[in-house]
Design a protein around this ligand. Structure first.
Ligand code: AMP
Ligand code: MG
Length: 476
């Protein structure tokens, strides 16, 4: 039986509307690609037939070797502050934007390949990616999506059949990423640095149309656009903090305009609750520690505001004043989102004044180094008298007096997250050729809130010996 290509046509809106911000490019030729994992629900949602994607032609499309109708693959240009230092020219060194598809909800979605070979932005890099880090992005982005946190998605991971040389030879892979867009703070930094105001305006208009259309009808559309990005980031970072997610490399080129989490490199979830936690092996100063994330987001947004200044007002002083005022609303917005999220995690209604209770809770969680994920489930269980109280009697009494709903708690506090020791174990197996542990982990993290028999080990905290030396790597 022959399987014909589905009648989907890609758009190439970014490539056509902003030609200055990309270079037409092709993927490297991968002679022997093999599909490792596919998100069939996501495929269907994009109008792609999973059966066809699994065929030889489908897999060739997924690695960029069969350019689909309408697609004009490009490597995107962007700049960025990396660990605080500015790089005027980063760009997709090992990635391609294949094009855009419209999903079943009518939303435009980027289809993007990571690990598809060197591009003009590759600098000294080989343009490639290894199976382990690409499956890592697949697993963690799936977990984030299941947790209801805005994120880019992973459609597929395909083994290229080639070898990638890192500290040791590793099997190569391409990740197919689906995103609301790949516009980042660094895209605006790049456009601003060209001094072409027309280009900057076209980029902003493109971003407004795609992500924050309500800004277009505002009296000051570009200021309103900036505020909308800042608001989306305030809620996003609050969601990360509430679930214990550490991004690990919050450079301005890794912060989206859409408000989706992007670029799962050295990211990890907290085990023991310690706000100073840093996992990334290259983050020596702890710039991107768990507790710094809101401050860094604000710093990155200041870089976005700087890039937008000439659009915000003609008079520079006025533009700075307006942007500063708008940026000033980030902190209260973040704080409000975090307190409201914590209130929900504690099973309390929005009316409860939970501020002091939350402060005492966080201090105690830190002092006891509790497991961040298990703690909130234990608290709900304690309320039902199914577990010992994880907090002192005095705190428990104050909390109980506010009328917590333990069932509501279990709907927002996950049992299953991609725990670091389980992720490492699954990726090591996959690199050695056994995909079963990764498949199982994907299944578990896709249903994070409901306890299942047989999944006990996925809910257990990591052994202490594992946590002590745990580090993550960028996977480049
Ligand atoms: P990231 O840390 O993944 O956000 O990447 C930062 C920059 O380095 C981006 O411009 C990437 O495209 C580029 N890059 C990362 N790894 C490679 C690689 N193996 N080959 C070429 N470019 C790379
Ligand atoms: Mg990046």
């Amino acid at each position: 039986m022959s399987i014909t290509a589905p009648p989907v046509t890609f758009d190439s809106r970014f490539a056509q509307e902003l030609p200055e911000l990309s270079v037409p490019w092709q993927a490297e030729d991968f002679p022997d690609p093999r599909l490792l994992t596919l998100d069939e629900t996501l495929a269907t949602d994009l109008g792609l037939d999973p059966t066809w994607l699994r065929s030889a032609d489908g897999v060739r499309m997924l690695v960029g070797n069969r350019v689909p109708a309408g697609a004009r693959p490009v490597a995107q240009a962007y700049a960025g502050h990396q660990f605080g230092g500015y790089s005027p020219r980063l760009g997709d060194g090992r990635a391609l934007l294949l094009g855009e598809l419209t999903d079943s909800a009518g939303r435009l979605r980027d289809v993007h390949l990571k690990g598809s070979g060197r591009t003009p932005f590759a600098r000294g890099g080989d343009g490639l990616a290894a199976v382990g880090p690409m499956l890592r992005e697949f697993v963690i982005s799936r977990a984030m999506h299941a947790l209801g946190i805005p994120t880019t998605r992973s459609l597929a991971v395909v083994a290229t059949g080639g070898t990638v040389y890192r500290e040791s030879p590793l099997p190569g892979a391409v990740l197919v990423r689906v995103a609301a867009s790949h516009l980042r703070v660094g895209s605006f930094q790049f456009a601003r640095a060209t001094r072409d105001l027309g280009l900057l305006r076209r980029l902003a208009d493109h971003a407004i149309a795609r992500h924050h259309p309500e800004a277009a009808s505002s009296e000051r559309p570009y200021l309103a656009f900036f505020e909308a990005v800042a608001a989306a980031q305030a809620t996003l970072i609050a969601r990360w903090m509430l679930v214990g997610f550490i991004h690990g490399v919050m450079n301005t080129d890794n912060m989206t305009i859409s408000g989706e989490t992007i670029d799962y490199g050295p990211c990890a979830f907290l085990d023991a609750f310690d706000p100073a936690t840093v996992y990334s092996s290259i983050d020596h100063a702890g710039r991107y520690s768990y507790r710094n994330q809101p401050i860094i987001a604000e710093w990155n947004l200041a870089r976005l505001a700087e890039s937008l200044l000439p659009l915000i007002a003609e008079d520079e002083e006025q533009a700075v004043a307006l942007a500063t005022e708008a940026l000033g609303r980030f902190r209260p917005r973040y704080q409000q989102a975090w307190v409201s999220g914590m209130t929900t995690k504690l099973g309390l209604s929005g009316e409860a004044d939970a501020g002091p209770l939350i402060d005492d809770l966080v201090a105690a969680m830190q002092a006891d180094q509790v497991d961040h994920t298990a703690f909130f489930r234990t608290l709900a269980a304690a309320h039902r008298a199914e577990a010992p109280a994880p907090m002192p009697d005095e705190w428990m009494a104050r909390w109980r007096s506010l009328g917590p709903d333990p069932d509501a708690m279990d709907r927002v506090n996950p049992v299953y997250i991609p725990r670091n020791h389980l992720v490492e174990e699954a990726l090591a197996a996959a690199t050695a050729g056994d995909l079963e542990p990764v498949n199982r982990l994907v299944e578990v993290v896709s249903a994070p809130f409901t306890v299942r028999d047989g999944w006990e080990r996925y809910a257990e905290p990591a052994p202490r010996e594992f946590c002590d030396g745990f580090q993550t790597f960028c996977g480049t």
